[in-house]
Design a protein around this ligand. Sequence first.
Ligand code: 5GP
Length: 208
Amino acid sequence: MKKGILLIISGFAGSGKGTIVKRLLSEYDNYAVSVSATTREPRPGEEDGREYFFVTREKFEEMIADDEFLEYAKYVDNYYGTPRKYVNRMLDEGKDVILEIEQQGALQVKAKRPDALLMFVMPPSVQEIYNRLRKRGTETEEVIMKRMRQGAREAGVIENYDFLIINDDLDECVQNVHDTVRCSKYAAVRNKAMIDKIKSEFNDFLNM
Ligand code: 5GP
């Protein structure tokens, strides 16, 4: 069976990346999502093992020491990390595995796994990012401004991603992400086994 693609989705707060991931999982059967470990407190409605594995700082540091993470990062005073085992198992089973992670982690994965596919999701304008954060109504103006400043910093790294997906119309955006994953399967970097096979066949053929 052909291995799946490791798909990284990052985006500004308010980009709608969480909704896009949920839609991909419910509309297509080729995806699996990785559940991260974090040291942050669960928010109301979040369940251990569903949104995150909520662990203590001691436990997280033990997992780092045991090399259990594909990547990890500190983000706003808390650790977040991707357990490696589940990701590898799902990739071996042919699933396209989604990591919804921030940029430091995304770049760590890119360095280790050149065949990972990095997508950055964003609304069509900065004004739209601000409007969406306000519309949520869950944060104070101060927190919204903190996220806007964080967004400005994150904008500096977008060029390291493979694809930029604009989330203007949600249906169109989900379709675009899925189409991009499908096309990316044909990239030479993800077909090394086929290239090696053809080289070895040429070798055998010419030496016959
Ligand atoms: P939140 O606390 O809002 O759930 O997540 C904060 C940020 O951490 C988001 O940008 C989210 O994508 C990112 N994140 C979640 N899990 C991981 C992870 O395993 N590794 C890294 N590097 N970032 C993560």
